[in-house]
Design a protein around this ligand. Structure first.
Ligand code: NDP
Length: 257
């Protein structure tokens, strides 16, 4: 089970939730001496994950950083370049980190440019700048497959009342990666919507959502056991990567796989 080859895999938001699961599941599908770069703000959680992963004969580096900071892309790229070796066959960047933002308020309350800019900087600009920095650092070369994943959402396609920041950010990210797919035909680009996951983000959704009908929907999904485990969703994403048949730039939902 080493079908992804010897990889250099960068995962943002690897400290918990879906990103952490992606790191663990991906580790089972790569050749020994693959390199994982784990990115998040929570150093202790990254370190625990690092200790688990190195047991599988992987080299694991942690970058403890807030992705909204200007210096974040450079820090991640520097670590990835230091760890890179010429026998790496496959570069995989998983843009997973995201935040819901303030979902307790409605669109007309967002009058502060500083607040909106801060959200977009963390959730949109950072993904673009990190991806661009990685593509420059690891340009097209023979023998190196390159894949960029955007962890998307149904919210990229469908409006959810009181979720204006999140829906806007997810829609922008989808389009950003669609443009990238058009521009770079040799690159594999996947917008993967993982479905409703049982994570910290869902806890915020069912307790803080301002639109009460939507809040109840999330609460009911939790009570009725309808949330998906990160493992089940990640298995479908890995299937997509292994089969490698998706159209580059396509938005693929958990329920479509
Ligand atoms: P969680 O809130 O559980 O985890 C978010 C991760 O992102 C954490 O590892 C967090 O790490 C990291 N992160 C957040 N902000 C920053 C930041 N400024 N700098 C660095 N890292 C950051 O979310 P999920 O696991 O649920 O979500 C993962 C992805 O899946 C997201 O893109 C989300 O939008 C998407 N998604 C989730 C759904 C769900 O139902 N949960 C549904 C559809 C899509 P730390 O706090 O340590 O920095």
């Amino acid at each position: 089970m080493e079908q992804l080859g010897r990889v250099l895999c960068i995962i943002t938001g690897a400290s918990r939730g879906f990103g952490r699961t992606v790191a663990k599941e991906m580790a089972r599908l790569v050749k020994p001496r693959s390199v994982f770069v784990l990115v998040a703000r929570s150093g202790n959680e990254l370190q625990t994950l690092q200790e688990e992963l190195v047991e599988s004969d992987l080299e694991v580096r942690c970058v403890v950083v807030d992705l909204s900071l200007m210096e974040a892309p450079e820090m991640v790229v520097r670590t990835a370049k230091e760890a890179f070796s010429p026998d790496i066959e496959h570069l995989i960047l998983v843009n997973n980190a995201a935040a819901l933002g303030d979902v307790s308020r409605f669109t007309k309350s967002f009058t502060s440019m500083a607040e909106v800019n801060s959200y977009l900087s963390c959730n949109v600009s950072s993904a673009l700048c990190l991806t661009a920095s990685m593509l420059q650092a690891f340009p097209k070369q023979s023998g190196l497959r390159r894949c960029v994943i955007n962890i998307s959402s149904l919210c990229a396609l469908k409006p959810f009342c009181s979720w204006v920041l999140y829906c806007t950010g997810k829609a922008a990210r989808d389009m950003m990666f669609k443009v990238l797919a058009e521009e770079e035909p040799d690159l594999r680009v996947l917008n993967y919507a993982p479905g409703p996951l049982d994570t910290d983000m869902q806890l915020i959704a069912r307790t803080q959502t301002g639109e009460l009908g939507l809040r109840k929907t999330f609460s009911d999904m939790f009570d009725e056991g309808q949330l998906i485990t990160c493992e089940a969703s990640c298995a479908k994403m890995m299937k997509l990567l292994l089969e490698d048949k998706y159209t580059s730039g396509e938005h693929v939902d958990f329920y479509d796989v």
